[in-house]
Design a protein around this ligand. Structure first.
Ligand SMILES: Cc1cc2nc3c(=O)[nH]c(=O)nc-3n(C[C@H](O)[C@H](O)[C@H](O)COP(=O)(O)OP(=O)(O)OC[C@H]3O[C@@H](n4cnc5c(N)ncnc54)[C@H](O)[C@@H]3O)c2cc1C
Length: 391
């Protein structure tokens, strides 16, 4: 029987409150990934959320498991993001990996003893993911020799294995794409200098270089022809996970504003007594409730034909709402909102980062626009009066 969702949400809440929230400023100061905390997350069952129990996972559905990031997001969105990427790789490895891969890696991944990340983006291909250069040559003994570069690799140099999307021919398009997991200690795999980010500095980010990297066929996760389709499914899960984490972020911003505003004396009363302040925070609360409903509906739609467009709706709406919430709550605190100890500046930077990663707000609009165009084709034609739109 799979883990009870309420139980795992409590575990995530406790982890966020005791391991993440009190330490995140120190992590950002040190710029070092908190491996001891992610080890504890693994031991607590947060690193194999959707993996089957036979491999040590929790066996949760995506619809349930994704709610974990809302809990983690109350403490830190970048930490929640990194764990969500690990869980997606673990899901892919345990679900689609070879028997040999599962034998070697599954339990280490579900327990969090080994960390995984997903490397799709390249320097020339972010939103335009099919414009990829990384290339695998399939050798006569079945091994793959890979050359190329990935960009914006999270957990760069920290993860133990990188789920990497590559092309297998020189033909344009995506029919030849595949996903293969490259262990960190494979000769020829290296990382560029750390990107300098203004916040979330504990999350190592850099380019990843593959020079004549030879990988066993045991590590093929998605065979030739399924690389792009599988990656898009992974990205849909990531988009909804980010929306979930953003709800935690909005709750944290709102609670900070309420905790301050109820005490701040002004005009013979408290800041929170002012209608204008209540309306500002009321709007944040409404958008938070709407965001929760949306990401949970999107999480439940994953794996159905509606999954991609629902994920796009969630990724379009919720991070935007989080950016707005972080700014509004900063404003409510006045000057204090700008000071580090209140944490709102950190939330503003995080929410902006979450608008970009795993498909920008604009790319979500592209996905939604395409689905509208498809729907338009099914609707009856309304006549356009003569002379309108004609040249
Ligand atoms: C903190 C962080 C962590 C990341 N971690 C990972 C990771 O672990 N693995 C990984 O593979 N990638 C990762 N990424 C990469 C991320 O997914 C990309 O940054 C993202 O997909 C956008 O690509 P880009 O940065 O190249 O922007 P570009 O693709 O260059 O886009 C530039 C601008 O053009 C807009 N745009 C693009 N297409 C359109 C269009 N059709 N219409 C209108 N506007 C458009 C974009 O919205 C954006 O505003 C990470 C990024 C960040 C910031």
């Amino acid at each position: 029987m799979s883990t009870d969702i309420e139980k795992i949400l409590n575990v995530a809440r406790e982890h966020a409150a005791t391991e993440v929230a009190p330490n995140v400023d120190a992590w950002n100061q040190s710029g070092v990934w908190p491996r001891a905390a992610s080890d504890k997350a693994g031991a607590a069952g947060l690193m194999g959320l959707y993996a089957p129990e036979e491999f040590g996972g929790q066996g949760l559905s995506l619809g349930d498991g994704i709610r974990v990031y809302e809990e983690l997001g109350t403490a830190d969105g970048a930490y929640a993001f990194a764990l969500s990427m690990h869980n997606i790789c673990t899901f892919a490895g345990c679900g689609y990996g070879t028997e040999a891969f599962k034998e070697q890696w599954a339990r280490d991944l579900t327990s969090g003893r080994k960390l995984a990340n997903f490397a799709l983006t390249e320097p020339q291909s972010g939103s335009d993911a099919t414009n990829m250069y990384s290339r695998a040559v399939i050798n006569s003994d079945g091994t793959w020799t890979i050359n190329g570069a990935k960009a914006w690799v999270s957990l760069a140099g920290e993860a133990d294995i990188y789920f990497t999307v590559v092309k297998t021919t020189d033909q344009p398009g995506h029919q030849d794409m595949a996903m293969i997991a490259i262990p960190a200690d494979t000769p020829g795999l290296s990382f560029g200098p750390r990107y300098e980010t203004p916040s979330y500095t504990f999350l190592p980010l850099s380019e990843m270089y593959m020079k004549d990297v030879v990988v066993s066929e045991d590590n093929i996760i998605l065979p030739v022809g399924q690389g792009l389709q599988g990656s898009l499914m992974a990205i849909d899960i990531a988009r909804v996970s980010i929306a979930s984490g953003c709800c935690g972020l909005m709750q944290a911003a709102l609670d900070t504003a309420l905790s301050y505003s109820k005490n701040r004396k002004m005009f013979g009363g408290k800041n929170l007594d002012l209608d204008g302040i209540q309306w500002m925070l009321g709007d944040v609360a409404t958008e938070l409730e709407a965001s929760r409903l949306l990401y949970r509906a999107a999480a439940n739609a994953l794996g159905t034909p509606e999954g991609p467009v629902m994920a796009a709706h969630a990724k379009r709406f919720v991070p935007d709402a989080a950016v707005k919430a972080a700014h509004t709550c900063t404003q409510v605190l006045g000057g204090m909102g700008l000071l580090k100890p209140y944490g709102l500046d950190r939330l503003s930077r995080l929410s902006q980062m979450l608008r970009i990663v795993d498909g920008t707000t604009e790319i979500s609009r592209v996905v939604i626009g395409r689905s509208l165009a498809k729907r338009a084709k099914t609707l009856p034609d309304l006549p356009v009066p003569k002379g309108f739109g004609e040249t």
